[in-house]
Design a protein around this ligand. Structure first.
Ligand code: G4P
Length: 538
């Protein structure tokens, strides 16, 4: 390498580090109906990425249907696809990775959480922590993803703020540290006090939901004149928070022990700008990622990326298969030839795209924290690593414990080839886990899902994409454990249990009718390996 080459290389490393330092990559986790779609739109609206709220998710009655790509999704009013949005805000580049709202697709959400550096835990002010929020929070904790809390819907009747903080602390052991504090009870919302500066922002409701609410700032003295008793109550509560030391603390936030809390209302877009500021100033920038061998890959190392989602036929106008890749290190340039760590094969990136709802645009360069969509990525599957120059493989993304099982069969014998291709494809994409055994044969594989809606997606796609109308026979199992050949031999022929092979990785899964059956079998066969899978509640 010549001196000029070395100088050029150093300058480009510094460029990558500077670009990475501007990135904030995060997802919103919430229970359905807490307002995730509304908040996503409001964040993008504030960052001026879209001109009119409603262009991202296209909920009924709003403008533009962009990420609802399947008729089935529209019918059911759920969003299965994950769109990745990128927007510039005040010098930062924010990458917001969308997660499916429905609990049945938690495995997809889990994969997305593998690709973010921070999460916003969105709560409905009237409901507080709900089951799906708890489940997803546990995933964040296990992944060491720091969490910022946004208490939404403050414009309508809800619970006391102190009571909500208490619930967060008691139920999930996360120490809440408010960034701002509401004046006026939920339902009679007057505005927010910024704790660090004492500045008060008054809330003025605007008609309709698609415009920014007005935000007027006042000093503490003027705010007291304006809001009277409501302001004094809030000030007293703040004094109490100061006393107990509930202030934002970066080390404990990054360690996943405390959570900065913001209040607001996504629908009238109030408090959303403050949330963007918090993401920019508090959320961590992309950090070196650990490889399978526990070696950290610095952000300025040559390119590496993690495939966290694979999606086929997102849009009938583009019949193709897109792998979403989170850039972990280095500078990505379209046209680069990368190596697929799992196979050692080269992967050309001529068709790299950025996703914006359903609209796509070609992406020419990307940096750590960004998400790129690689088109026609037939060989890639979630958890795969791509790299340039210096090899690396990131740890695989663990699979969730399935709780629903069904045999799937093609209704039309003449379409078996299409059926098999479809099953393979859906398995690789991670839509559902496919299990098989010699006993059951090739014609009737067993599908394993976290939630039954996954089965509906499989049937729909088998019929509409692969032309193979199929039917399901639900199996009477509800629990899976990891076992080995010894376990398979010991469990063979036992009632209420069956051992099947997971096609994708060859793991042996022992299925049980219920936990009583599992307990009885464990008692009778104490030496058999029966390990819980990820996110297994048992
Ligand atoms: P999700 O993606 O988490 O499932 O929630 P979504 O944004 O669809 O919001 C669920 C409902 O809550 C929507 O009402 C939405 O308008 C409402 N909502 C969200 N944020 C706020 C808020 O800050 N204040 C108030 N008052 N409501 C909010 P919907 O009637 O179910 O649907 P839509 O017809 O309004 O879309």
């Amino acid at each position: 390498m010549s001196v000029t080459d070395i100088e050029g290389r150093l300058a480009s490393d510094a460029g990558v580090r500077a670009e990475a330092a501007r990135r904030r990559t995060f997802a919103v986790i919430s229970h359905p109906d807490a307002g995730k779609s509304t908040l996503t739109e409001a964040l993008a609206l504030h960052a001026s990425a879209i001109n009119q709220a409603g262009a991202v998710h296209g909920k009924a009655g709003r403008r533009g249907v962009t990420s609802d790509w399947m008729a089935m999704e529209r019918d059911r009013g759920i969003s299965i696809t994950s769109a990745a949005l990128r927007f510039e805000y005040d010098g930062a580049v924010l990458n917001l990775l969308d997660t499916p709202g429905h609990a049945d697709f938690s495995e997809d959400t889990y994969r997305v959480l593998e690709a973010v550096d921070c999460a916003i835990m969105l709560l409905d002010s009237a409901k507080g922590l709900e089951p799906q929020t708890l489940k997803l929070f546990d995933v964040c904790r296990s992944r060491h993803v720091p969490v910022v809390t946004f208490v939404n819907k403050w414009d309508r009747p809800g619970r006391e703020p102190l009571e909500l903080l208490d619930e967060i602390e008691q139920r999930i052991g996360l120490r809440p540290t408010p960034v701002n504090w509401p004046v006026g009870v939920a339902g009679d919302f007057r505005g927010l006090i910024e704790r660090a500066s004492g500045e008060y922002t008054a809330y003025t409701r605007m008609p309709g939901g698609a415009e920014r609410a007005l935000e007027h700032c006042f000093s503490a003295a003027d705010a007291l004149d304006r809001e009277g008793e409501a302001y004094s109550v809030a000030a007293d509560e703040l004094a109490l928070l100061d006393e107990i030391g509930a202030t934002v603390d970066m080390p404990s936030f990054l360690a996943g022990e405390s959570s900065p809390v913001l209040f607001g209302a996504a629908l009238p877009n109030f408090g959303v700008r403050r949330l963007l500021d918090a993401m920019r100033s508090l959320a961590p920038e992309p950090a070196p990622r650990l490889s399978v061998d526990k070696v950290a890959r610095p952000v300025d190392a040559p390119f590496s990326g993690l495939v966290f989602k694979v999606q086929a036929n997102m849009d009938p106008a583009h019949r193709d298969r897109v792998a979403f890749v989170r850039v972990c290190s280095g500078r990505f340039e379209r046209g680069m030839v990368l190596t697929h760590a799992a196979t050692g094969r080269p992967f050309a990136t001529k068709y790299a795209q950025a996703m914006f709802g359903q609209d796509r645009e070609t992406v020419d360069v990307a940096f750590p924290g960004d998400v790129i969509g690689l088109v026609n990525a037939t060989a890639l599957r979630p958890g795969d690593t791509l790299f340039a120059d210096v090899p690396v493989a990131f740890p695989p993304i663990p699979s969730f414990a399935p709780e629903h099982f069904a045999v799937v069969r093609c209704k039309d014998a003449g379409k078996f080839k299409q059926f098999r291709r479809g099953i393979d494809q859906l398995d690789t994409e991670g839509v559902v886990q496919v299990l098989s055994s010699e006993l059951r044969g090739d014609q009737a594989p067993v599908l394993a899902a976290v939630g039954p809606l996954q089965f509906d997606v499989v049937l729909h796609r088998l019929e509409h994409e692969f032309g193979a109308r199929s039917e399901l026979d639900r199996l009477d199992y509800s629990l899976a454990r990891l076992t080995d050949a010894g376990g398979a031999a010991a469990l063979a022929g036992l009632r209420g249990a069956e051992v099947l092979t997971r096609r994708l990785d060859g793991a042996l899964l022992a299925l049980f009718a219920d936990k009583w059956r599992l307990n009885a079998i464990t008692r009778d066969n104490p030496s058999v390996r029966l390990d819980p899978l990820l996110a297994d509640a048992e």
